[in-house]
Design a protein around this ligand. Sequence first.
Ligand code: ADP
Ligand code: MG
Length: 850
Amino acid sequence: METIDSKQNINRESLLEERRKKLAKWKQKKAQFDAQKENQTSRNNIVTNSLGAQRTADKFTERQEQVKEKLRKRKNEFGKPDERMSVKPSKKKSKRNKVREKISFDFSDDDDAKIGHAFRSKEHLQKVAEHDDEKDPLDEFMTSLKEGEVSTIKSTYDRGDILDVEDQLVALEGADDENVEDNTDSSNIAKIAKLKAKKRVKQIYYSPEELEPFQKNFYIESETISSMTEVEVEELRLSLDNIKIKGTGCPKPVTKWSQLGLSTDTMILITEKLRFGSLTPIQSQALPAIMSGRDVIGISKTGSGKTISYLLPLLRQVKAQRPLSKHETGPMGLVLAPTRELALQIHEEVTKFTGADASIRSVCCTGGSEMKKQITELKRGAEIVVATPGRFIDLLTLNDGKLLSTKRITFVIMDEADRLFDLGFEPQITQIMKTVRPDKQCVLFSATFPNKLRSFAVRVLQSPISITINSKGLVNENVKQKFKICHSEDEKFDNLLQLIHGRSEFVDEVQTEVDGESSDVEEVDAKAIIFVSSQQICDFISKKLLNAGIATCTIHAGKPYQERLMNLEKFKREKNSILLCTEVLSRGLNVPEVSVVIIYNAVKTFAQYVHTTGRTARGSRSGTAITLLLHDELSGAYILSKSMRDDELKASDPLQVKELHEMSGKFEFGMKKGKFRLSQGFGGKGLENIKSKREEAQNTDLELEKGDKKSDELEKKNNNLRAEHDNEPESSALIPKLKYELFKEPTTDGTLIFYAKVHINDLPQIVRWEATKNTTLLFIKHETGCSITNKGKFYPEGKEPKNETDEPKLYLLIEGQDEKDIQLSIELLEQKVKEGVIKAASLSLKSTKY
Ligand code: ADP
Ligand code: MG
C-alpha cells in the first residue's frame, strides 16, 4: 500500500508540475489573445451594430453563461483533482491521445494552433480553474468573450454552424477524452475555421461488395388498378386534385388503402383507429410510387397528409431489412426535418405506427439540451432517426463517427424541404448525403418547390418521379364556375334562353373598361359558346334557338370542313355572336372575346370539364362557365362539386348546392359500389397530343391553302405525329401498325368524298377484336362524324381470296367528307386498339401469374 501511495504521490507531483507549466503557457497565450482582441473590438463593433448580429451575440453570450453555470455545478460534483487523477491510469493517456488524433474534428497538435476554451473537456476546465488561486481563468475568458470576441465569432458563422458549446462539452464527454491540452488559439479566425472543420463530415466511398443488398420495391399493383386504361388513369389523376406527374414509369394512383399491401396492424390502425376513410391525393400517388422503390419529389400543400405518404413505405422497407446487429447503431431510415417541433411530430407519428413493435425504434435528434439522452438511445440502436440536419451532423462527427454510422442508411427523407432550404440547411444535407450509400432511396416532400430546391433535387435524387398536387383546383382560376340544376328539358332550354339574352352581363370588366372607353357600351363583344354532347342535339338546339329568334354559328364534326371553318370565322368576326358546338371544339379553340361558356349537356369527365370551361377566360381575362345540369346527371354533379371552389358554392343558391351535393354523393356511393364510373372520354394525354398537334397542322393547312401551296408540310406534320405516337414505349412491342389506304372520289354534285380501307384481316386476333368492337366504332363515329363499317370476311393465315368474285379480306371502311376526319378516325382507332390490347395483355399476364 505504501509503495503504491508513494508512487502515486510522485506521479501526482510530476503531473501537477506539468500542468502548472502548461497553465503558465496558456496564460501567456491568453494575454496575446487579449491584446489581439483589443485591436479587433473596434472592427467588430461595426458588425455588432446590425440587429441580427446583436441577436446572435446575445444568444452566444447566453450560451456561454449557461456553460459557465454548468461547469460551476460540475466543479462542485467532481471532488479534488488529485483524487480524480489517482484513479486514472496514466497509460490511458497515450491511448486517448491516439483516439483524439483520429477524431475527424480534432485540432492540430501544433502548439500554436491548439484548442480554445470552449472545447475543452470539463476535467480540463476544472483543472485550470483549480490551479489558478486568484481567478477562474474560464470566468475571465468568458467575460472577455462576452465583451468583444463574440461579434467576431457570430459574424463569421453560418446559421447552421452556430456554436453549441454545451453540446460540444457533452460531445467531448462522450468521446471520453480527458487530456485536452492546455493551449489557446492565437487567432479567433483560425478557431472558427477549425470549428467549421470540426463539423465537416468525411465523404464515404462504398465499394460494391460493401453494399449489402436491400429491397426497395414492395408494391404489387392490384388487379383493379392494372385494368385501368391510360385514359381512366388520366381521369382519376384529374379527379384527385389534378395530380401532375413528371418522370417516367410512375405507377397508377391507388384509391383504397387495401391496394397497398399493408400489414393487418397498419390497416387496422389507419381504417379503424385513425379512421382515415380514403387516401388524400398525395397519398394516392406517392404511396405506390415510393413503395415501388422510386425516388420521389412530392409537392402538396400543408395538411394534405404528406407524412403518411413517406412513413408507410419507410416502415415497410426498414422492416424488410436485416435487423441491426449488436455492433450496429443504425439507422436504416433517416428523416430530415427543418425544426425541432416538426422532427418531434414526425417521430411521434412513427411511434404511432410502430406501436408495440420493438423491431423498429425511432430516435428524435434535434439541437438543444437532449444530446446526452439522444446519444444513449442511439447507442442502443435505432432503426429510424428523425433529425434536424445540424444535429445529425453533430452526431455523425462524434467520436470519429463511431457513435453513428451511415452505413445502414437505405432510405432518406427530406420533409418540408422548402423550409430546410430557407433555413440554410443545404450544405449540411449535401454533406450528409455524401456519407450515405449511393443506391439509397431518397424522397423529398415540400409544400412549394422553388427553383433552388429543384436544382438540389436534381443533384441528389436519382431519376425521380415528381408528383405535384394542384391544390388550386382543376379549373383556370379566372373562370367563375356556376351551375343550375333543371328538372326538365324545357326548364333547361328556358334557362339557356335567359343566359343568352343576358350574356353581356358576363363580359369581363376589364374588357368593358378598355372597349367602353373608346366607344359606347354597345361595342362590347359578348360572345358565348354553348357546348352540347352530340351532333344531333347540336342541330336540334340550333333549330330551336332559331325559332326563338337567335342565330348561332354551329359547328360539329358532321358538317363539311369548309362550313365549319366559315362558321368559326363568322363567330370570331361578328360581335355578340354565339357558337353552338359539340365537345370536338372544346380543345384548343382560342377566341379571347368569349366571356361565357354554357355547358348544355353535363360533361362526363374531368378532362372534358377542364377543357370546356377553358374556352373562356383566355389570357388574363376572366370568364364564366355555367353548367345546366339535369337532375339525373349524377356524374356531372360529381365533377362540378369537386371542381367548384368554396366561394363559388357559397355564392350559389343554397338549395341548389344541397341538391348538387346529394347528386354527387349518390354518384360517389355508386362508384364505391362499382355501379358507376366516370366514363372514358376524350381525355387521354395521347389523344390530347394528337388533337392539339392536329389543330396545329390544320392551322398550317389553312395558311397553306390561302397561299395556294401544296400541303406537303401538313403531310410531314402528320407523319411526324405518327412517329411520335409510335415512340410510346409500351405500344411498340404489342401493337402492330394499322395499314390503310386513303381514297378520294368526286361525287355527282362535284364535291369530294373521302374514304379509307383499314386492313385488319392479318392483325393478331386481339387487335382485330379491339378494332372491330362496337364500342370502338361508336366512339369514333361520335367523335369524328365519319361512318365506320366492317367489310369483307376473315381469312385465316395461309388463305386468300381466290378471285375477284370472292369477298375481300376483312377491313374497316371509314367514310367521311373530309380527309382530316378520316385521319383522325384512324388515329382514334389506333389509340383505342392500343388501350384495349394493353388492358387485355395485363389481364392475361395476371391470370398466368396467379
Ligand atoms: P402535411 O405533412 O402534408 O402537412 P400531415 O401529414 O401532417 O400533413 O397530415 C395532416 C393531418 O391529416 C394529420 O393530422 C393526419 O393525421 C391527417 N391525415 C393524414 N392522412 C389522412 C387521410 N388519408 N385521411 C384523413 N386524415 C388524414
Ligand atoms: Mg408535413
